[in-house]
Design a protein around this ligand. Structure first.
Ligand code: ZN
Length: 106
């Protein structure tokens, strides 16, 4: 059993009388879902736990759960493509900038 604490959106303190609705800045990422089998090599045994090395949470929130911050997963032994991973619904996402450039390429 896990206790889920609701995360209120943290706005900077201050009395903003007119909060901006959307921040459409150049840094906004476009998320597209990836099939997990396409990004992670499946191991032979079903009962072998897959150890994913994550590199911290990113600002983006899972489009499915809408409250879980995605984790950055870079290429590693069993990971073919760097992607964003939601630990809650176990979905994988690719991230692009609005201009089409990949946001996960290092
Ligand atoms: Zn999710």
């Amino acid at each position: 059993m896990s206790l889920r604490v609701p995360q209120p959106a943290s706005h900077s303190p201050g009395n903003d009388s007119a909060p901006s609705r959307r921040h459409q800045q150049a840094g906004d990422l476009v998320l597209s879902e990836l099939h997990p089998h396409a990004v992670v090599d499946q191991l032979d045994g079903d009962n072998v736990p897959l150890n994913l090395l994550t590199f911290g949470n990113v600002r983006e929130v899972c489009p499915k759960c809408r409250h879980t911050h995605l984790k950055l997963v870079l290429r590693q032994t069993s990971v073919r493509i760097a992607h964003l991973f939601c630990a809650d619904c176990e979905s994988c996402f690719d991230a692009h900038y609005a201009n089409g450039a990949s946001a996960l390429t290092i």
